[in-house]
Design a protein around this ligand. Structure first.
Ligand code: CA
Length: 256
């Protein structure tokens, strides 16, 4: 663990004011560079340079966002993310050294909210962090509407006011991003969303990156909801378009 980038800096200005970011990266120059950019936007930044320290700091500091390198000493980023997910639903942006690593991560239910491939622009990383936090604020506003009743799709119940999801009465623990994707789909049950439409709805229109990210979260959601990707009841694939919420019944041949 390396501690704060600059203990004397505390800015009340900037979009990051009052927000904590944990940067987990074993390359010190990159960690310091990223930390410096975040501090300029007003974030409280803590650095950790190995996996075990990262989990400890995440537990004690309760960051709003964790920027998490995949390749780390002691525990790799996948394991760090899994452990953090046992006690926190903070946003996680994972840094990978190669583009194809993102594909590998898709196969694992890691629970990261966003991915960036090195080399990346620190400015873009800060922009991504701000986009995630704006989502959190927007979500807080929409979920403030306690009047909205739960949405039911067969055995699947989505309660937007409480941000809770259950299948056959069993609560399902989702990450914020997974919940937001499901909330977006279920808000407009007749609409087949393109990946871009889902990104605009969940990540915001300013988000720039690989739309493949949507498939990552859909895959995780289906696993958690017990949905069979070959015959999904809850999240349908609309060929050539994207995704649509299902009615909870097994799909007909034509409806797949
Ligand atoms: Ca590394």
């Amino acid at each position: 663990m390396m501690g704060p980038v600059n203990a004397t800096s505390s800015s009340d200005q900037g979009p990051g004011a009052g927000r904590r970011v944990l940067v987990v990266e074993d390359e010190l120059p990159l960690a310091t560079l990223v930390g410096g950019y975040l501090e300029r936007d007003g974030f409280d930044v803590t650095l950790a340079n190995d996996g075990l320290a990262a989990v400890q700091v995440a537990r004690s500091e309760r960051p709003d966002v964790v920027v998490l390198d995949l390749g780390l000493p002691t525990l790799d980023g996948v394991e760090v993310c899994r452990q953090i997910r046992t006690f926190s639903d903070c946003f996680v942006i994972m840094l990978t050294a190669r583009n194809d690593e993102v594909d590998t991560l898709i196969g694992l239910s890691v629970g990261a909210d966003d991915y960036m491939t090195k080399p990346f622009s620190p400015r873009e990383l800060v922009a991504r962090v701000n986009v995630l936090l704006r989502r959190a604020r927007a979500g807080a506003l929409t979920t403030g509407d306690a009047e909205e009743p739960p949405r039911r799709f067969g055995d699947l119940v989505i309660d937007p006011a409480a941000r809770e999801v259950s299948v056959s009465g069993v609560p399902i623990v989702l990450t914020r991003t997974e919940f937001d994707v499901l909330a977006a789909l279920s808000a407009r049950p007749r609409l087949a969303f393109t990946r871009r439409q889902l990104i605009d709805a969940v990540w915001g229109e300013g988000w720039v990156g690989d739309e493949h990210l949507v498939d990552v979260h859909i895959g995780h959601l289906r696993t958690k909801l017990g949905d069979d990707a070959a015959a999904p009841r809850f999240i349908r694939t609309v060929r050539g378009v994207g995704y649509r919420i299902g009615d909870g019944a097994a799909p007909s041949q034509a409806g797949r």
